[in-house]
Each structure stands twice: as structure tokens, then as C-alpha cells.
Design a protein. Sequence first.
Length: 435
Amino acid sequence: MDRLKQKFYEKAIKLKPEIKALLKEHGGTKVGEVTLSQVFGGARGVKTMTWETSALDANEGIRFRGYNIPQLREKLPKREGGKEPLPEGLFWLMLVDEIPTQEDVEWLSDEWEKRASLPQHTKNVIEALAIDTHPMTQFTIGIASMQYDSVFSKRYAEGMPKSEYWDATYEDAMNLIARLPQLAAYIYRRIYHKGVHIAPDTKLDWAGNFAKMLGYDDKDFTSLMRLYLTIHADHEGGNASAHTAHLVNSTLADLYLSYSGAMNSLAGPLHGLANQEVIKWIFEMTNELGTTKPSKEQIAEYVQKTVDSGKVIPGYGHAVLREPDPRFTAQRVFAEEYIKDSDFVNIVWKMYEVVPPILKALGKVKNPWPNVDAHSGAILVHYGMDEFPFYTVLFGVSRALGVLANSCWSRALGLPLERPKSVTSEWAKDFIANS
């Protein structure tokens, strides 16, 4: 048993009986009241699941095992000479609730490198798709095709006891995370670079290798990938992609099936696909205005025009947050250090001044502030990645870290099949009439 697996097992075996005892004594305690609006409103805000790896506060934003993003940038190990945290360190933190050492992170980088080979049958499946198939569709299909190699699936068929579910899930998590950069890069190079692929470099870390396979040797872009893959890694369990993975995995479907389902959810315009919608909207604005250096007044007029036409301003608003997204702020800090003269970055910053007052004036927008998607596209465009349909795939590579770490916990704690109770509209009407 490797040292990360051993550490995880020790943590899990301790927590499971504690939760069992807690539920035995306090299982009937009410956590909150469910309203009819919540029944019809997508269970917004209803506390019905546990998520070990991160927590989201409406005002403070995301915390990973109690650490906010500025603390992660300070405390997590970095590549020698680098300023941004290595995503490997965040995975370690989320899985075992400990800040890893430099040695731990280097071990994990090497371990993922050993597991990273993309199966030939997955390449064949991707090549069978039309070249203009959306990158997220290719990504989800590629993930599902690797289910053939699922450790959990094979061991379950052999009669694996429940006490070992966590072990097989851990192996699938490690293998899938290791392979995702190669899968994503294969899709990117296939669509946008005539199928000319770049071999992985075993001397690089997980994010650094990803940047290289995409075709970017710029050290600042590599730093961006390390930051990007860290800040997008998790956002508690209630968001659509995380919850989808949790739901599918609760049926004991393996992580390949679970995460493929999660990525289908992430591909929705109200979730991860929003990052491509932001830069698309900015491109449309600059094309109409005839400049990549619009004034705040020009931006305000275009924003108002968009709102008046009944459309949303992509990248603004969030289902939970009521303050600017800390992930937006982290990207702004990066841009201020590396690319403060970029035209598209400056558009994003001007929008930050212009958009919230306009949305506030509508009187019905709960959160007029930018979310994580408002900034990422402008930075990627600066470094030459203007193929915005691919942006959500980057998001998907990162989100695996939190989702799959938490899946290990779900199986270790023996969490049950998720099965909420639904009601009909007729039931709701009868309920109101008889209450």
C-alpha cells in the first residue's frame, strides 16, 4: 500500500465510526426547513449531502479543507523557481486534510506519470468522431471509453467486499486524474493543430506536462496552468458537476462512468460552459465596437444593450456567492503580475467596474459580481489560446481533483445510494389546500 493510500485509509477508518455514532445519537436533529419554493427550485440551499474536500460560503467563497485560495498559494508546494502552487499538493490536501511536503508532491507527480498512458482504444474512439464535434463531447466520450480499465468494475465483478470499495475507487481516481491531461491535450491537438501531437515530458509536473502537451512552452503559461488547475479543482458538492458525479457514483458505478456524467453536466451553459460564453461575448463586443481598447462608457453601453435585449452578462452572478468570486480575484492577481497591459485583460477589469452597478439597478439580481469564468478566457487569449470551445475541457481536467478525492471518501464512509423523494405538482396543490 503506497503512503498516500495508507494515510487516507487511516483517516477514513477513524472517521467512519465517528459519523455512525453521531447519526445514532443525533440523526433526527433538523438541519433546516424545506420550503415549497425549494421543492420546485432545484433544492437550492437544501442541506442533503456531505462533501469532505471543500466548503463554500456565500460571502467568503471557497475553502479547501479550511484554506482559502490566498493561503493555498502561500502554503502548497511549488515547482523550484515557480510562484504558483502545484495541483498535486491540493489533491493531497483534499484527500487527507494535510498540507503535503515537497517530497510528498514530487512523489505524487511521479506516481501520476507512471499511470498516465492514454489507451490506444481511447485514441481510436476519439478519432472516430467528427473533427468538429465539440471538445467537451469528445472529452466525455474519451473518459467513458477508459471505463474498460476500471479497477473498481473488475474487482466488483469478482466479488469485492464493501470494505474494499474505497481501495478500488482510490486506484481509479489516481489512474483517471493521471490520464486526463493526455486525453485533453490529444483532443486539443487533434481539433486545432491538425492532429500533430506532443509527447509528454516525464521530468515535468502534472500541470507543466499538460501545458507542454497542449503546445505551450512559455513558462508564464505553465504557471497559469498550475494556478488554473488549482483554483478550479473543487467548489463543494452542490454544484451540478460535483453532484452529478456523487449521484452516479452512489449507485456504485465506477469513477469513469461517474466522471463522464459529471462532465456532461459541466458542459451545460449554466455551469462550466459559461467560461467560453464570456470570451465569446467580449469578442462580439470588440468586433461591434471596432476596437480592443474600448472605454468604460462604450462597455457600459454595450452591457446595457445586452441587458435590454433580455440576455444575461456571462461571467456575472453565482448560485451561492454574494461577493466577488475569490477565484476571479486570484486570476486578477496573476494578470496584474504577468500581463497587466493585455487588451482583453483590461476589458475584464473595466467590466468589473461597469457591470455590477448596471445589474444592481435592475433590482432583482442577487449577485452582481464576477465569478470565476469572468476572467479566465481573457488570460488564455493573451497566451494564444483563443479556441474558446476548449475552455471547459480545461475546467474539467481540474475539477477531477476535488470530485474524485471526495468520491474516495464517499466509498470509504459507505455513503448510501442517493435517492431524494419527488412529489407531483398535484401533490403540492393538495398540500397547500389542506394545510
